[in-house]
Design a protein around this ligand. Structure first.
Ligand code: DQA
Length: 147
């Protein structure tokens, strides 16, 4: 099984960015946790981050072409991006949306997600552990091939 883990804007700053909200775990820490988890699950993992919406769209299309599953933390683009929703929907990419923080307990502009309507599921508020839970769920989804 092939899985892409994609991260949106400002997540390259994890560790020092608002640690009271996002914790002290860095994106490199999350990447290595995900790599370990993926190898336990027998999955091949591609882990990327970009501050640019178009890069994320390109990578979702790449995931679609490779028939890979997707774990995505779209960060601020969650709340704005029709383009990400379209790319996931058009590519038919099995997707789990992850947020470190509980977006529903924060400002109201974070309550809406353009990605959630096209996601298999959404995990938020569980910190870096959410990525690992998403990998577990996505690999079993891909193995079972259910809807
Ligand atoms: C986030 C939540 C978003 O609202 C925010 O813009 C982020 C990170 C999270 O992981 O909690 O950049 O996606």
């Amino acid at each position: 099984k092939e899985i892409f883990v994609l991260n949106g804007p400002n997540l390259n700053r994890l560790g020092t960015r608002e640690p009271e909200i996002y914790g002290s775990t860095t994106l490199a820490d999350i990447e290595s946790m995900c790599m370990t988890k993926a190898s336990e699950l027998g999955a091949t993992l591609t882990f990327r981050q970009s501050n640019h919406e178009g890069n994320l769209v390109d990578w979702i299309q790449e995931a679609a072409d490779k028939q890979a599953g997707l774990v995505i933390n779209p960060a601020a683009y969650t709340h704005t991006s029709v383009a990400l929703q379209d790319a996931i929907k058009a590519g038919g990419v099995p997707t789990i949306e992850v947020h470190l923080s509980n977006i529903h307990a924060r400002e109201s502009f974070r309550h809406k997600s353009y990605v959630s309507p096209v996601a298999l599921g959404v995990i938020c508020g569980l910190g870096a552990r959410g990525y690992l839970l998403a990998l577990d769920a996505l690999v079993s989804h891909l193995e079972q091939k259910h809807d």
